[in-house]
Design a protein around this ligand. Structure first.
Ligand SMILES: *Cc1c(COP(=O)(O)O)cnc(C)c1O
Length: 390
C-alpha cells in the first residue's frame, strides 16, 4: 500500500524523462504531452536553456531569505511589472497562495476604506485553489463538501453576467473586489466575453472595487498574450500567477497595481520560500525563452490550428457540444461524462485531461509545433468518435 495520501485518482503510469513535447515512462513508452502537467511545463520538458539556468543558479545558491534582498526576485518583479502593467509583485509558491495574497489585499483595501466585513464577488464554476479561503472562493460544492465552516466574505454570481453583479451592488455595500478567471480552466474552459470584461472594469471603477484576475491557468502566454485580460485591453488591479510561471519550478505571484499597489507593508504578509533565487531564475528564463522564441505567437497560431482541425474532424459528430478556447487552452465539450477518455488517450500515447466531467481539455506546452498539433488531433479525435459511438 502506498504511503502517499490518497488525494488524487492517479493513472497507472510513472514518467522517467522528457524532451520538448514528448515524455517517456519508466517502461520506455513515449507520449505526446498535450497537458503540460496542467498548464505548468510552458517550455516543454528539459528545455536546454532552462536546464542550464537552473543548474547554474543551483551551483551558486538555492535560497537565502526574504530577510535579504534577492537580486533575481527583483529582476523578475521588474520584468513582470513591465509585461503586465502592474506596479508591484508578491511571490508565493503556488496559485492558491497567490490568490490568498490577493484576497488578503482586497480585505486590507476594504478595511482601509472603513469597510469592516469586506466582501469579494466570485463566480460560479470558479477555481481558485484548495486552501480554506481559496476553496471558499471556488465555485464547486463537491470540492468544498466536508470542509465547512468555509471562510466568509464571498458572494457568488453566474459567470459572464454583468446584471448579476449589478444586482449584488444594489443591496451589498461591503463589496471590495470582484475575482474572475478570464478563461475558467477547471470549470470547463469557459470564456468571459470581451464586452463583459470591459463593462466589469468600468463597474469596478464606478464603485471603487478592485478587479482581481486569477491568471494562474490562462496567464503566462497560454492564450497568445502574456495575460488573458490583455485581449480585452483592460487592466485589473490585482492579477495572480503560478502554474506556467516557472515552467515546472514551483512559483506563484500576486501582482498589484493602481488602487491595490502600496497597501502592504512589512509584517502584513510573507512567505519563507517565495521568490527565492532558484525559482526566480527559472521564471526569468521562462519569460526570456517565450520572448526570444516567439512563443506567444506560436500559442495563438497552434491553438487556432488545433481548434480548426478538431472542428473538421468532429464536425457533425453527434455528442460533440462545443469546441472552444483561446490559444493553447482548449476544451471539447461532450454531451456526457467522458473521464474514461483520459485512460484511452494514455493507452494511445497521449496526455490529455477531462475537466468538469464532460470537457476534454488540452493544455499543451507553448513550444507545441504544427506537427505536434496535427498528431494530437489525428490521434485523439478517433478516440472521441469511438467513445461517442459506443
Ligand atoms: C490551478 C489553479 C489554481 C490553484 O493553483 P495551485 O498551484 O494548485 O494552488 C488557482 N486558480 C486557477 C485559475 C487555477 O487553474
Amino acid at each position: 500500500m502506498s504511503h502517499v495520501m490518497n488525494t488524487y485518482a492517479r493513472l497507472p503510469v510513472a514518467f522517467s524523462h522528457g524532451r520538448g513535447s514528448r515524455i517517456t515512462d519508466i517502461e520506455g513508452r513515449e507520449y505526446l504531452d498535450a497537458l503540460s502537467g496542467i498548464a505548468v511545463s510552458t517550455l516543454g520538458h528539459a528545455h536546454p536553456r532552462l536546464v542550464s539556468a537552473i543548474s547554474e543558479q543551483a551551483g551558486r545558491m538555492l535560497h537565502t531569505s526574504n530577510l535579504y534582498r534577492i537580486r533575481e526576485q527583483e529582476a523578475l518583479a521588474d520584468k513582470l511589472a513591465a509585461l503586465s502593467g502592474m506596479e508591484e509583485v508578491f511571490f508565493s509558491n503556488s496559485g492558491a497562495e497567490a490568490n490568498e495574497a490577493a484576497i488578503k489585499l482586497a480585505r486590507f483595501y476594504g478595511h482601509k476604506k472603513g469597510i469592516e466585513t469586506p466582501t469579494v464577488i466570485v463566480m460560479e464554476k470558479a477555481f481558485h485553489g484548495r486552501t480554506l479561503a481559496t476553496l471558499s472562493a471556488t465555485g464547486n460544492r463537491k470540492a468544498q463538501a466536508g470542509f465547512e465552516p468555509l471562510v466568509s466574505g464571498f458572494v457568488r454570481v453566474p459567470y459572464d453576467d454583468l446584471a448579476a453583479i449589478k444586482a449584488v451592488a444594489e443591496h451589498n455595500h461591503s463589496v471590495v473586489a470582484v475575482m474572475l478567471e478570464i478563461i475558467q480552466g477547471e470549470g470547463g474552459i469557459h470564456l468571459a466575453s470581451i464586452e463583459y470584461q470591459r463593462a466589469l472594469r468600468q463597474l469596478c471603477d464606478e464603485h471603487g472595487w478592485l478587479l482581481i484576475c486569477d491568471e494562474v491557468q490562462c496567464g503566462m502566454g497560454r492564450t497568445g498574450k502574456w495575460f488573458g485580460y490583455q485581449h480585452a485591453g483592460i487592466q485589473p488591479d490585482i492579477a495572480t500567477l503560478a502554474k506556467g510561471l516557472g515552467s515546472g519550478v514551483p512559483i506563484g505571484a500576486c501582482l498589484a497595481g493602481g488602487k491595490a499597489a502600496g497597501l502592504f507593508g512589512p509584517g502584513n504578509h510573507g512567505s519563507t520560500f517565495g521568490g527565492n533565487p532558484l525559482v526566480s531564475t527559472a521564471a526569468l528564463t521562462t519569460i526570456d525563452v517565450i520572448e526570444q522564441d516567439g512563443l506567444l505567437a506560436n500559442a495563438e497560431r497552434i491553438g487556432a490550428l488545433i481548434r480548426q482541425l478538431s472542428a473538421e474532424a468532429l464536425g457533425g459528430v453527434k455528442g460533440v457540444v462545443d469546441i472552444r478556447g483561446h490559444g493553447l487552452m482548449i476544451g471539447i465539450e461532450l454531451d456526457r461524462p467522458c473521464g474514461e477518455l483520459v485512460g484511452k488517450a494514455l493507452a494511445a500515447g497521449l496526455l490529455i485531461n477531462v475537466t468538469a466531467d464532460k470537457v476534454v481539455r488540452f493544455l499543451p506546452p507553448l513550444i507545441f509545433s504544427e506537427q505536434d498539433a496535427r498528431e494530437l488531433v489525428e490521434r485523439v479525435t478517433p478516440l472521441i468518435k469511438d467513445f461517442l459511438a459506443a
